[in-house]
Write a protein that binds this ligand. Structure first.
Ligand code: COA
Length: 248
């Protein structure tokens, strides 16, 4: 029975809520494992979209600092073989994913948000990567994703020079997709739109975009063409306009 993660369906979306508010949703290994278990739940797999949220007060204050003390190399290797892979599993979800962010979104919390496709933040949200100050680095895929999203120079600025960013600053540099007073409500509005689109096309497009960002131009073009070759066979291809033109 999950204690720190709650799953619920909201029409087309599955909402995954962190439930460790007393510790500002710090990401403990128990929370990571419950999150990984939740990712396999049928109500999540069948949803058109997945929204991750910490509720209206805090998204997450990052990795649980109490669990970081005195780890030897062997336990760190086994950590990444186990629940330490949580952000990659979020990134690998086939349907579009959102982070609905209020309050603190720090360290591993921000890395989790970066593993989702869209980040919607409340005006009072606060972002930061305190890892280097703690003698470590963002290592839940966050360093890689920041370089991929913003290039090396901006990634270095965010990780090495920035202390905290407010929501406006995060929006200006593209760290968040948009601001909304109620980020969960806004994410659910997007979910309704996404659920109205041909689902195979949505999922294939997400896969192709993710593969493009990790490959060469030649392989990207090939992937786009293969994706088109597959989707052109579906009844939705061309939509109503193509049907109307064919009937002329
Ligand atoms: N790991 C474990 N516990 C954490 C935590 C973390 N990352 N962040 C907050 N908590 C706990 C606190 O220990 C405290 O627990 P307690 O009430 O049992 O003492 C509770 O959450 C509330 O935190 P508190 O520091 O009292 O809240 P605040 O509003 O004064 O400060 C922060 C908020 C986010 C500025 C502060 O908690 C903080 O700096 N947290 C660590 C952030 C961090 O470095 N994360 C990256 C890890 S790589």
């Amino acid at each position: 029975m999950a204690e720190l993660i709650e799953l619920r369906r909201e029409r087309h979306a599955c909402v995954v809520s962190f439930r460790r508010e007393a510790k500002l949703n710090a990401i403990s290994q128990q929370l990571e494992q419950e999150l990984i278990d939740a990712l396999a739940a049928p109500e999540l797999r069948e949803a058109a979209c997945v929204v991750f949220t910490g509720g209206p007060r805090v998204f997450s204050a990052g990795a649980d600092l109490n669990e970081m003390q005195g780890l030897d190399p062997a336990s760190i290797v086994s950590y990444y073989e186990g629940s330490g892979d949580f952000a990659e599993r979020v990134a690998a979800l086939p349907q579009p994913t959102f982070s609905a962010i209020s309050g603190y979104c720090l360290g591993g919390g921000l890395e989790l948000a970066l593993a989702t496709d869209f980040r919607i933040a409340a005006p009072g949200a606060v972002f930061g990567l305190p890892e280097v100050g703690l003698g470590i680095l963002p290592s839940s895929g966050g360093t890689h994703r920041l370089v991929q999203l913003f290039g090396a120079a901006r990634a270095k600025e965010l990780i090495l020079l920035s202390d905290r960013l407010d929501a406006e600053q995060a929006l200006r540099i593209g760290l968040v997709t948009e601001l909304a007073d109620d980020p969960l409500h806004r994410a659910l509005q997007h979910a309704t739109r996404l659920a109205s689109l041909p689902q195979l096309a949505v999922r294939v497009t997400k896969r192709v975009i993710d593969a493009i960002t990790s490959g060469s131009r030649a392989s990207a073009l090939e992937l786009e063409r293969l994706g088109y070759g597959l989707l052109a066979q579906t009844p939705e291809a061309g939509g109503e306009t193509a049907k109307r033109l064919r009937q002329r």
